[in-house]
Structure formats: structure tokens, C-alpha cells
Design a protein around this ligand. Structure first.
Ligand SMILES: Cc1cc2nc3c(=O)[nH]c(=O)nc-3n(C[C@H](O)[C@H](O)[C@H](O)COP(=O)(O)O)c2cc1C
Length: 354
């Protein structure tokens, strides 16, 4: 059965999704600025309430309160343009309650990755919402779409394919990333197209594919579209912007790109992630950095043995502590030396691409 709801991707004036960046890198300010340009702004659902004075006592309530505020902020900035999404990582504890809170806060789209969101339709089916998984292979796309079809009789509204050049948690083996032997995102796109076609035919709909990871020039974006992508999801390019929600010291790590070295970190989430090398990453190469607190944030983590606390490290980074913080980054750090406005970044990336 095709969708019968009003909300569609047609509300986007440009085929651009700003990638969700947690903790605290993409909140209402960045998402709203991207929406205002006609794109999809994405608020990260990873601890949006990290600055709340009650965060340590009751992280869930602080996060839900902040989420509502960030949604309202994005909407106000957007002047009614674009679409607003949240990015929900499958690995977070209380995933269902967080997604429900985002639906209650009035987002248009749920994008979910860092694992396969197999049960997401149980929360979103029959609602006027767009729903999309993030996958890193045609096999994962097949598994997910088959499962949604079998168990919920529905399909995805669109798909994001995240390739090996992306930032954040990556769905590839470390050796594939280190040796650059992982399939590139356009090859994964090619393999995923027939998988998607099967469900487009069954549900009599179009399931657009957006590709992510290293899509930092107009030429690359045009090539992806020529090869069948509907558009792109871009994150790292939006970090050194005036509107990005992180502390200025975090943003400055993304200027002077030629001085930065990239490294891989094994995250307690269970995936490897690409980050800018800093004292924290060097310390983690030698051994464990024991957590100082626990807010019970992700399912696979055991406080007593975890190599480090991902929440603590990402919060430190968002607050501008570039020594102890984890600075996730895609492979393509921008070449600019000054912060820019989101409008300028989008103009450079998209040009006349509609
Ligand atoms: C600082 C940072 C944080 C990120 N956090 C998340 C996250 O919380 N959840 C997620 O699904 N992806 C996350 N990502 C991945 C992005 O959403 C995006 O898909 C990817 O980085 C796109 O590649 P690009 O950065 O080369 O444009 C993060 C990326 C960066 C750079």
C-alpha cells in the first residue's frame, strides 16, 4: 500500500539532508538554518539536553525538554521552509520513548541508524511522518526492507546510504577503513538500487536514495545524482559554520584542515568511528580512560569495562574541550579558514542542483 499521508519529500527545494551530529553538534540552530535554505535539517537525538542543570540527575527528562525547545527553535528559524528530522541511533537506551518524544514534539521525519531500526514502524506506522533507515550496504538495505515488509506491511520513505568516508559511527570493518578497501558509496548505491526497486514495485511508490560520506563538492554531488541518487546527506561541511550548535573551539578544529590528522576509534556503541586525532584518541591507543559517571545511555555499554564513556567524550567535545573530547569527523575536512554561514556552504555544495 502506498502512503496516503500529506507529508512528502517534495517540500524540499534542494535534495540535501544535513546529517545528524551528536552530541550537541546539530541542534535547532543548524537544522533551522538548513531548512531555511529548503533542505532537511536534522536534530540529533543523542542527549540534546546535555546543558540542562538537571541532566545528570534525570537525563531522559532533560533531553525531552531540550528536544522540544530545539524543535521549536528550528521551526522558528526555518520560516516554514524545508523539512525537520531527528536522527535516532538504534543503540540508545529508551529508543522507543525518545522516538515517541520526537513525534510528540512535531518532527516531520525520523532517520535512524547506527544499527538497523527493525522495529521503528511499530512507532511510526499510520502517522503522517517520513521514516528512513541509514544503511551501509545493499545487504543491510535488503534485510531492513524485508523485515519492515514482513512484520509491518510497510516500506521506507527514503534511504540514506552512508559510505566509508562519512563521520560518526561507521558500518565498516576497521581494516576496510584503514586500507581504503571498503566499497565506495556510489558502488553501494549501484548494488542497492535493485533491492529498493523490488519494494517500490510492491508498494507502488518511489523510495529515493540519499548518499552520505565525503559529498563535499558540487561535482561529487552531481555525479551521485547522475548515478541514481536522489540527493546527498552532508555533515562535516556544516561544522565550521556560524549556525552549527557546537562550541566555537570544536568548530575551529574544522578550520586549518591541513593541520589535522584523522584516526579511528572503537566506540562503545560497537562500531568504529572516524575522529580528528587529539590527546584523547592518543590516550585510547594506549589503554582505557575510565568513565567518571554513567547516564546509562547506550545498550551495548558496560560502565565497568568500557574503554571510555562515549557520552562524556562527545559532551566534552561539544562544549569545546578538544583535549578530552571525541572529535568525530568525516574524511573530507573543509579547506576554509573562517567560519561561514550555512547559506554559503549550501550555495557552494548545491549550486543550481534542484
Ligand atoms: C561530528 C559528527 C557527529 C555525527 N554524529 C552522528 C550521529 O549521532 N548519528 C548518526 O547517524 N550519524 C552521525 N554522524 C554522521 C553524519 O550524520 C553523516 O551521515 C556523515 O558524516 C556524512 O558524511 P560527511 O561528514 O563526509 O558529509 C556524525 C558525523 C559527524 C562528523
Amino acid at each position: 500500500m502506498a502512503r496516503t499521508f500529506d507529508l512528502t519529500l517534495n517540500k524540499l527545494e534542494i535534495p540535501l539532508i544535513q546529517g545528524g551530529m551528536g552530541v550537541g553538534i546539530s541542534l535547532g540552530s543548524l537544522a533551522g538554518a538548513v531548512m531555511k535554505e529548503g533542505g532537511m535539517g536534522v536534530i540529533s537525538l543523542a542527549h540534546p539536553g546535555y546543558r540542562d542543570p538537571d541532566f545528570m540527575k534525570d537525563p531522559f527528562s532533560a533531553n525531552v525538554k531540550a528536544l522540544k525547545e530545539e524543535v521549536n527553535k528550528a521551526r522558528a528559524i526555518s520560516e516554514g521552509k524545508g523539512l525537520l528530522a531527528i536522527n535516532a541511533m538504534c543503540a540508545i537506551n529508551r529508543y522507543d520513548e525518545y522516538v515517541q518524544a520526537a513525534i510528540d514534539a512535531g518532527v516531520d521525519v525520523i532517520i535512524s541508524g547506527a544499527g538497523l531500526p527493525l522495529s521503528l514502524p511499530s512507532l511510526t506506522k499510520d502517522r503522517d511522518l517520513l521514516v528512513a533507515p541509514i544503511v551501509s550496504s545493499a545487504k543491510a538495505a535488503q534485510l531492513l526492507l524485508k523485515s519492515w515488509d514482513r512484520h509491518y506491511n510497510c516500506t521506507a520513505d527514503f534511504i540514506v546510504i552512508e559510505g566509508p568516508d562519512a563521520g560518526g559511527h561507521l558500518g565498516f570493518k576497521p581494516e576496510e577503513l584503514l586500507e581504503h578497501s571498503a566499497k565506495n558509496v556510489l558502488d553501494i548505491l549501484e548494488e542497492t538500487k535493485p533491492v529498493v526497486r523490488e519494494y517500490e514495485e510492491k508498494y507502488n511508490c518511489i523510495i529515493p536514495i540519499y548518499v552520505a560520506g565525503g559529498m563535499n563538492t558540487k561535482e561529487k554531488i552531481q555525479e551521485a545524482i547522475n548515478k541514481g541518487a536522489k540527493g546527498v546527506q552532508v555533515a562535516t561541511s556544516f561544522i565550521p559554520t556560524i549556525e552549527c550548535d557546537a562550541d566555537i573551539k570544536f568548530k575551529e578544529m574544522f578550520l586549518n584542515h591541513d593541520q589535522q590528522e584523522l584516526t579511528l576509534i572503537k566506540s562503545p556503541v560497537g562500531y568504529y568511528g572516524r575522529a580528528i586525532a587529539n590527546p584523547l584518541s592518543k590516550q585510547l591507543e594506549k589503554g582505557r580512560v575510565a568513565p567518571t559517571y554513567c547516564v546509562n545511555c547506550i545498550k551495548p555499554c558496560d560502565f565497568k569495562v568500557t574503554p571510555f564513556c562515549i557520552t562524556e567524550a562527545l559532551i566534552q567535545a561539544a562544549k569545546g574541550n578538544t583535549t578530552d573530547g571525541l572529535i568525530f569527523s568525516g574524511i573530507t575536512i573543509p579547506t576554509q579558514t573562517k567560519l561561514r554561514y550555512v547559506k554559503e556552504v549550501i550555495h557552494d555544495l548545491m549550486g543550481d542542483i534542484k
